[in-house]
Write a protein that binds this ligand. Structure first.
Ligand SMILES: Cc1cc2nc3c(=O)[nH]c(=O)nc-3n(C[C@H](O)[C@H](O)[C@H](O)COP(=O)(O)OP(=O)(O)OC[C@H]3O[C@@H](n4cnc5c(N)ncnc54)[C@H](O)[C@@H]3O)c2cc1C
Length: 364
C-alpha cells in the first residue's frame, strides 16, 4: 500500500517506520525543512512511567507499553537515555492523599516498582528536597528526543520509506479507491495514495478539515496550552526528576534534567489563543513560589527564561483532561484514513506503541 503520513514529528516518524516495516511504501510529508521542529523538540524529554492516566484510557495503555518498547529501542539503537527515576512529592496533607491516589492508579495501570516513601527516605535520596512524603517511580527516565527521532528516520529509510520536506499538505479527497492529495511548496502538486495518516500535531485539525468527505463534526476542538520552561544556573540540586502533584492542565512545574547534566523547571500551563513561542520573564515569579514549596534552597535570580512548547489539547481550563483521539476507518467509515488528535504528553513515551496500533489499521 502507498501510505502518506502527514507530519515528521516523533509520532509521524514512529508511524512511518512501523508502516514501512510492515512492507508498505511510505512517504512522510513534512511542511517544515527538517524532522521534529514542532512539539517534538519542545518538551521535557521524559520517558513517563504511566501512573497518571485513567484505567483503560488510550494514554494509560500506550504510555506503559510505549515506555517498555522505548527503553528496549534506545538500548538497541544506542539512543542516549537514562532511567534516572522520579519522585512525586507531597508538601501538604492534601497532596499526600493525592500521591496515594496516583500510586493506586499507577498500580492499576501496571506500572512497575512504585513505592510510597517517608519524607526521611526521600531526603536521603535527594538531600535538597523538602516534603512530607513522596511517591518513588524507578521506571521514569530521560531521553535525547532528537537522537531518538534520527534513529526512527534511519529505520524508516532502511525499510524503503522517505520524507518529503517543505511539503505541506493543503487538500485531500477520494478519487475512486485512492486518496488524491494536493501539496503546496515549490515542488507541490497532486499525488495519489492508498492510505493517509494524519500526524500533524498542532496542525492535525487543519489537515482534517482539508480532507473532503471527513465530517466537520468529527474534527475536535483544538485548545492551546503553552508550557514555559526556565533554566536554572549551576550544578543540578537533584539527581532524579522531582515533580509536585499535578495541576489543572499539566503535571506541575517540575525539575527536569537533561542528559548534559543541566537542570530546568517547567512546564507551567498558560492557556493561549494563538501559537507563539516567547517565554515571558515575568512568569518566573510564580515559578519561584511553586519550586520553593519543594526546594526551599532555590537561590534568588537563579531562573532564566528558556524555551516553551504548546500542548495540542482537546479540552480547556477546568474541563476533564481528554484522552488521545485516534479516529480510524471503523469509526468514521472512510477507507484507509487514520487521524490522530490531541497527542500531547505522554506522546513521546507512547510513540512506538501508538505507531503499532495505527499501522494495524492500514488494511483494505
Ligand atoms: C510542554 C510539553 C512537554 C511535554 N513533555 C513530554 C514528556 O516529557 N514526555 C512525553 O512522553 N511527552 C511529552 N510531551 C508530548 C510530546 O512532546 C508530544 O506528544 C509529541 O511530541 C507529539 O508529536 P507529533 O509528531 O504529534 O507532533 P509534532 O512534533 O508537532 O509534529 C507534527 C508535524 O506535522 C507538521 N505539519 C503540520 N501541518 C502539516 C501539513 N499540513 N502538512 C505537512 N506537515 C504538517 C509540523 O510541521 C510538525 O513537524 C510534551 C508536550 C509538551 C507541549
Amino acid at each position: 500500500m502507498q501510505v502518506l503520513v502527514i507530519g515528521a514529528g516523533v509520532i509521524g516518524l514512529a508511524v512511518g517506520r512501523a508502516a514501512a516495516r510492515r512492507g508498505h511504501d511510505v512517504v512522510i510529508a513534512e511542511a517544515a525543512e527538517a524532522i521534529g521542529t514542532g512539539i517534538s523538540s519542545r518538551n521535557s524529554e521524559v520517558i513517563h512511567a504511566g501512573m497518571y492516566y485513567p484505567s483503560g484510557s488510550v494514554r494509560a495503555r500506550h504510555c506503559v507499553a510505549g515506555r517498555r518498547l522505548l527503553y528496549a529501542y534506545c538500548a538497541e539503537h544506542g539512543v542516549p537515555h537514562r532511567k534516572c527515576g522520579k519522585l512525586i512529592v507531597a508538601t501538604s496533607d492534601a497532596e499526600l492523599a493525592k500521591i496515594e491516589t496516583i500510586a493506586a492508579q499507577g498500580r492499576a495501570n501496571d506500572v512497575e516498582g512504585l513505592e510510597l516513601i517517608e519524607a526521611s527516605e526521600a531526603q536521603a535520596l535527594e538531600p535538597a528536597l523538602s516534603c512530607i512524603g513522596a511517591l518513588k517511580s524507578p521506571e521514569t527516565g530521560i531521553i535525547d528526543g532528537h537522537a531518538y527521532m534520527l534513529a526512527l528516520r534511519g529505520d524508516l529509510e532502511d525499510a524503503g520509506g522517505a520524507i518529503a520536506f517543505n511539503a505541506p499538505v493543503t487538500r485531500a479527497g477520494r478519487k475512486g479507491s485512492q486518496w488524491t492529495v494536493l501539496f503546496g511548496g515549490k515542488d507541490g502538486g497532486e499525488f495519489e495514495f492508498d492510505a493517509i495518516v494524519n500526524c500533524a500535531g498542532l496542525g492535525a485539525q487543519a489537515v482534517a478539515r482539508s480532507i473532503a468527505d471527513y465530517p466537520e463534526s468529527r474534527v475536535p476542538r483544538l485548545v492551546l496550552a503553552k508550557g514555559n520552561y526556565f533554566s536554572c544556573a549551576g550544578k543540578p540540586a537533584f539527581s532524579r526528576l522531582i515533580y509536585p502533584t499535578p495541576v489543572d492542565g499539566g503535571l506541575g512545574v517540575h525539575v527536569t534534567l537533561d542528559l548534559n547534566g543541566r537542570m530546568r523547571f517547567g512546564p507551567d500551563v498558560e492557556w493561549i489563543a494563538h501559537e507563539g513561542y516567547t517565554v515571558d520573564p515575568a512568569r518566573s515569579d510564580s515559578f519561584y513560589a511553586r519550586i520553593r514549596a519543594y526546594w526551599p534552597g532555590l537561590p534568588d535570580g537563579a531562573l532564566t527564561p528558556d524555551y516553551c512548547g504548546i500542548r495540542p489539547k482537546l479540552t480547556g481550563p477546568g474541563e476533564p483532561a481528554a484522552d488521545f483521539l485516534i479516529d480510524a476507518p471503523a469509526e468514521h467509515g472512510l477507507p484507509r484514513l487514520v487521524q490522530m488528535f490531541g497527542i500531547e504528553s505522554p506522546g513521546l513515551t507512547s510513540s512506538l506503541s501508538l505507531a503499532e496500533e495505527v499501522a494495524s489499521y492500514l488494511v483494505d
